[in-house]
Every structure is written in C-alpha cells, then in structure tokens.
Design a protein around this ligand. Structure first.
Ligand code: HAM
Length: 445
C-alpha cells in the first residue's frame, strides 16, 4: 500500500488533514514570499469599500483609468526615479528574461503611466490628460508594519498643465477619499524642491554646509552627501537632525518662478480651506520632482506614517523621450489606508449575506433549486444553495451562518403544489408564495 493510501485508510477524509500529511511527508512547506500578503475573503469587504470610494472620487474629479503592465524595461525606472535613489539602487526586483532583456517589476506607477502616455500619443488626443490607476507595486524593502514588498497603490497623474490649481487638486483627491472612508486625522505637508534654475546653486550651498558637519552625520548621510545630498535633509536619524539643524532649505532659495508657483499653491489651499504645513525638509525618495512636493501622513500609523505622497515633475515626460509636458501626481498606499481604517474603526467587517438561501430536501428539488437560483442570479439577486448534500437542519444552520436575508425550503410537495414558504430571517415571519413569483417576493421585501 502506498503512503497516501495508507493514511487515507487510517484517517477520516478531511482535506486539511491530507494536505498537512502530504506536506509533512514530502517536506513541502511552500509559503508566500516575505513581505507579500494574501488578501483573504474576510478582508475583501474592506478593500472593496476603499476601491469604491476611490472610483467615485476619481469620477467626481473627472479622471480616467489607465492600466499599465506590471513589468517594464529596467531603464524606464532608473531614468525616471533616479540611479541614486534607494528605490533604484537597492529595492527593485530586476531580472534578465530569457532573451537577456533587463526587466523590472514596477516599484511605482508614475513612470509607467508616462511611458504609456508618450507611446500612445495621448497628448495629441487631448491637451490635458487626467489619469488614475490602482494596483500592486514591488519594492524589496525591509518588511515591517505598513511596509511590504508587494503593496498596492492608487494614484493619479495630470499631464499637460503647469497650473498650481492642479497641484492642489492632486492633494485634494486622496484627502477626499480618506474623508469618504471616515479617515479624518491626516496631515498635509508641502514643500518646493525648485527647478534646474534654482536647485543647482542651492545644492552647492547645501553641500558646502553639510561638509562642515560631515563628522557628525550618520554613515548613511555621509554616503548620501556624495550621491544625493538633498536626501540628507529628510533623514530621521537623531545625529543628522542635530547636525543639520541650521542648514539652508530649498524653499528659501527658490527662483522667482518657483516661488510664485509655491505661493500660488499655498493661497489655493487657503481658498479651499485645506490645512497644511510647510516642511522645508520634505524632499521625497524619487528624483523626478520639480517645484511642489507633498506628503499626507496619519498619526494612526507607526513609523511608516506616510499615507500618500506626490508632486510636480515638469521635466519628466521630456526626459523619457516625449514632448516637453508639465505634470503633477500622487500615489497613496492601500495597505496603510486600510490599517488606519481598521485602527479607527471605520472598516466594514463583513460582506452582506445572500438575499436568498434555497434549501433543497431531495435530489429533484435541489436540481430545481439550482435552475431557479441560476435564473434569480441572472436577474441580479445574490442566491446561495447547499452543495454538500446536507440535512434540512444543517442547511438552515448554514443559511443562518451566512446571514441570508430569506430562506425557502423546496421539497417534493412544494414542487407539486407550486407554492412554498419563504422565511424572513430577521423577523422570523413566514409567508406562502408562488414558486413562479420568488423574484417578486424578494423585490417586495
Ligand atoms: P512614494 O512616496 O514612493 O511615491 O509612494 C506613495 C505611497 O505608497 C507612500 O506614501 C505609501 O503610502 C505607499 N508605499 C510606498 N512604499 C510602500 C511599501 N513598501 N509598503 C507599503 N506601502 C508603501 C510614489 O510612488 C510616487 N510615484 C508618487 C507620485 C505620483 N508622484 C507623482 N505622481
């Protein structure tokens, strides 16, 4: 007798037990990859509620959905996000495919949206493109609460206008999503990171000042001083915070165009009565920004407190081979949003039960119920049946467990009379209805 047949003889036929034995016998312990998560059925109502709010808000602001591939040529990301950023230098999932092409799982959505915009000439179809997206992104970061290796973002990009009104619109969209989901305790931080006119002279000044305190900086910031000095400013390391207390900030060295734009953003935020704080140290972890940069945080999150981030990137389309086209956008973490919703208790916990559970008493009635359920489902009623040949009592228990709104019991006598009792599970009341009229009964209750 084989091992499997022997264990089959020894143990009751339970799927779980066989699966466990099978795994043990062959030492198969296949697990999900570190930093990835299954979204289980119990969590789906939460995701669906968030997705519904996102779609509604995007419609309200007149954004159109775009879906781009999950993998792209590696150069797309190294060129746009920047060679010296953490994302490109140490976090990307990059591999050679079978034709030796370097492929990367997208670490963010902006680069792909811009690639698609350029490749499909979207700019020629309309002078302004308002696009939104949602989906998984991949970064090989150290996993912790709110930080995954496969995570999900929703985001939007507007291409074709340099109006500060769009900077503000882009800041308002995620906040409107949060408001609709009952997430109110958020903070908006804004900054300007300048442009190729004002940033290089400022950078020189900053490097000069940082060199003076070089010995007091953390080893990470000492390395960044060479590769990406602006990032030294948003280090959370105590040593860096202390050493860089008095260094000059970009916002005080803006050229007149950037300063006017930044002032415009602030006055528009005042017009729409949206509170914000200026954080001169906000530089973001991606290199493509010009002028506005912003982040939305929540105190309900731990050390990974950024719910969303974004900004303007007026040179990026051109850098990726398109015509000069200004742009601005944001992306927001789904998992972090859901963490906040769960923490503050605005999360829906359950999917609604079926409108009707059809109990069948014998084979013929079960087949009849199956056909009827198919018809009712095609009319849009959520209907469930028993597929496990359970007893009347066990089927009733299951209908209760699933929180079905109504139950109808079908047996030989019901089929012969063409009538059956439908039970309202909430009130416990029963009434006799025609089997041809189940949909009417469901509609009227
Ligand atoms: P980002 O700041 O890198 O920006 O990511 C945006 C948001 O994605 C973060 O605020 C956070 O909520 C979430 N997020 C990032 N990494 C992780 C992770 N490892 N685990 C869980 N959540 C994470 C961007 O991606 C830019 N593309 C935003 C943008 C769009 N700028 C202009 N347009």
């Amino acid at each position: 007798m084989t091992w499997f047949a022997a264990s089959r003889a020894r143990y009751p036929p339970s799927h779980i037990r066989y699966a466990t034995l099978f795994r043990r016998q062959f030492n198969l312990n296949i697990r999900s990859i570190r930093g990835t998560k299954d979204i289980l059925p119990v969590e789906s109502p939460l995701w669906q509620a968030a997705e519904e709010a996102i779609n509604q808000v995007m419609v309200a602001y007149n954004y159109q959905e775009i879906r781009t591939p999950i993998f792209e040529q590696t150069t797309l990301f190294s060129r746009s996000i920047g060679e010296h950023t953490d994302i490109v230098s140490k976090e990307m999932y990059t591999f050679l495919d079978r034709s030796e092409e370097s492929i990367t799982l997208r670490p963010e959505g902006t680069a792909s949206v811009l690639r698609a915009y350029i490749q499909n000439n979207l700019g020629e179809q309309s002078p302004l493109s308002k696009l939104y997206y949602a989906g998984p992104m991949f970064r090989q970061e150290r996993p912790q609460a709110g930080r995954l290796r496969q995570f999900h973002q929703f985001g939007a990009e507007v291409l074709g206008s340099s109006s500060p009104r769009l900077d503000v619109e882009i800041m308002l969209i995620p906040q409107e999503v949060y408001r609709r989901l009952g997430v109110r305790e958020t903070e908006l931080f804004i900054n300007s990171v300048g442009c190729p006119n004002c940033r290089p002279p400022y950078k020189e000044k900053l490097v000069h000042e940082l060199q003076k305190v070089y010995d007091k900086l953390s080893p990470e910031s000492q390395a960044r001083l060479e590769s990406n000095p602006l990032r030294v400013l948003d280090s959370k390391d105590e040593r860096d915070l202390k050493a860089t207390k008095d260094v000059p900030l970009m916002k005080d060295y803006l050229c007149s165009e950037c300063a006017t734009h930044f002032a415009g953003v602030q006055s528009l935020l005042d017009v729409v009565k949206t509170p914000y704080r200026i954080n001169g140290r906000l530089v973001r972890g991606l290199d493509y920004y010009t002028k506005t940069a912003f982040e939305i945080t929540s105190k309900a999150l731990g050390s990974q407190d950024a719910l969303a981030g974004g900004g303007r990137y007026d040179l990026l389309v051109e850098e990726l081979g398109g015509r000069p086209t200004p742009g601005v956008g944001f992306a927001a973490g789904m998992e972090r949003l859901l963490m906040v919703m769960q923490k503050i208790g605005t999360a829906p916990t359950k999917q609604r039960g079926p409108a009707l559970f059809m109990v069948g008493l014998d084979d013929q009635s079960r087949t009849w119920a199956f056909a009827k359920a198919t018809r009712l489902r095609s009319l849009g009623f959520p209907v469930e049946l028993d597929y496990l040949q359970r007893s009347l009592k066990a089927q009733m228990r299951e209908a209760n467990r699933q929180e079905a709104a109504h139950v109808i019991v079908i047996g030989d006598s019901e089929l012969r009379s063409g009538q059956a009792k439908i039970k309202d599970m909430k009130s416990g009341t029963e009434r006799l209805i025609e089997l041809d009229n189940i949909e009417e009964a469901l509609r009227s209750s």
